[in-house]
Design a protein around this ligand. Structure first.
Ligand code: C5P
Length: 293
C-alpha cells in the first residue's frame, strides 16, 4: 500500500437545548436535544501505511494516548465494519476543543478519524456502516459524524435534520471546573426537573429563521442539577455574556462550557476579547453546516 495522510477538521458541538425525558431500563436516559456544530475544531491528521496496529497521540499531556482515546477506538471500529485491517494507522491530534466541557471534543476526533480513513481507502465503506462504527465509539460521535443542526433523541444517537441556525457569532467559555457525565445524570434522577426547554418552540424558531427567537429558547436541564457553587460559576459566565449583548446563553451538554449567541460580530468580538482575559478557555466561533460523506 502507498503511504497516505489526510488532515480532517473535527468540529465541536453545542446544545441549543438539552432535555432529559426519562431513565430507561438499560440505565441510560432518553434525551431530546437540539444540537449545532460549530467551527471551533481540532486538527486530526490520520496516516496509513503497510503494516498493522494503531497509534493515537495528542498535544495535551492530560489526554489519553492509545486505546483509551476515542480516536483510537474509531480506527478500531472502522477496521471492524470495513473488514480491512492490513494497514497501520497513526493518528496525531492538535486539540483546541477543551476536554470534559460538553462540546464533544473526543467524539469529534473519533468522527474525523472515520472520515479520514474512509477517504483514503480504495473501497469506501457505506455510510450506514460508518454511522454504526460511530455509534460503537460513543453516542455523540454519531452527531459529530453528521454535524449541522439536528434533533437528537433516543440516547442521543437518533438524529433528524432541522433548519439551520441562522448566521451568528458564538462565544464559548469553559470555566475552571469539569462536569462528570455519569454524576450529573445521577443527580438529575434524584430531583424532579422543574423546568424543561421549549423544544417545539426552538424547532419552529429555526424554521422561521429567527435568531432572536432561537437564542431566547437556549436551555439545558443539567444547569439546575449542578451543585450550587458550580451553578454560580455558570450563571456568572451567562450574565457576563449577556452584559456584552448575547441574545441567548446556555451551558452545553453536561457542561461545563457555556456559550452566548450574538447577532453582531463587533459585540461578540468584544465579549471574546474582554472575557478571554478572565477565562483561559474562551473561543469565538460560528455555526457550521452538515457535511455529506
Ligand atoms: O455517552 P457517554 O459514554 O459519554 O455517557 C457516559 C454516561 O452518561 C453513561 O455511562 C450513562 O451513565 C450516562 N448517559 C445516560 N443517558 C444517555 C447518555 C449518557 O444515562 N443518553
Amino acid at each position: 500500500m502507498k503511504a497516505k495522510s489526510v488532515l480532517v477538521k473535527a468540529n465541536a458541538k453545542i446544545n441549543l437545548t438539552l432535555d432529559v425525558l426519562r431513565k430507561r431500563p438499560d440505565g441510560y436516559h432518553d434525551m431530546y436535544m437540539i444540537m449545532q456544530s460549530v467551527d471551533l475544531c481540532d486538527d486530526v491528521r490520520v496516516s496509513i501505511r503497510d503494516g498493522s496496529g494503531i497509534t493515537a497521540v495528542t498535544n495535551r499531556s492530560y489526554l489519553p494516548n492509545g486505546e483509551d482515546n476515542l480516536a483510537y477506538k474509531a480506527a478500531r471500529e472502522f477496521m471492524a465494519v470495513s473488514g480491512m485491517s492490513d494497514f497501520r494507522v497513526a493518528i496525531d491530534i492538535r486539540k483546541r476543543i477543551p476536554a470534559s466541557a460538553g462540546l464533544s471534543g473526543g467524539s469529534a476526533d473519533a468522527a474525523a478519524v472515520l472520515k479520514a480513513l474512509n477517504s483514503m481507502l480504495n473501497r469506501p465503506v457505506p455510510y450506514s456502516k460508518l454511522l454504526k462504527a460511530a455509534e460503537s465509539v460513543g453516542l455523540d460521535a454519531v452527531f459529530c459524524f453528521e454535524g449541522g443542526t439536528k434533533l437528537a433523541t433516543g440516547r442521543g444517537e437518533v438524529l433528524s435534520d432541522l433548519s439551520p441556525l441562522p448566521e451568528c457569532q458564538i462565544v464559548i467559555i469553559k470555566p475552571d471546573f469539569s462536569a462528570s457525565t455519569p454524576r450529573i445524570f445521577e443527580q438529575i434522577d434524584s430531583v424532579p426537573i422543574k423546568q424543561h426547554p421549549d423544544s417545539a418552540g426552538m424547532i419552529a424558531a429555526l424554521e422561521r429563521g429567527s435568531l432572536t427567537d432561537v437564542a431566547r429558547r437556549c436551555f439545558n436541564v443539567f444547569e439546575n442539577a449542578l451543585p450550587p457553587r458550580k451553578r454560580e460559576k455558570i450563571f456568572d459566565i451567562k450574565n457576563a455574556l449577556l452584559s456584552y449583548g448575547a441574545l441567548g446563553v446556555s451551558m452545553s451538554g453536561t457542561g461545563s462550557a457555556v456559550y452566548g449567541i450574538f447577532d453582531k460580530s463587533d459585540k461578540a468580538a468584544e465579549a471574546y476579547r474582554k472575557l478571554g482575559k478572565k477565562y483561559e478557555d474562551c473561543f469565538l466561533t460560528k455555526p457550521t453546516n452538515a457535511t455529506r460523506h
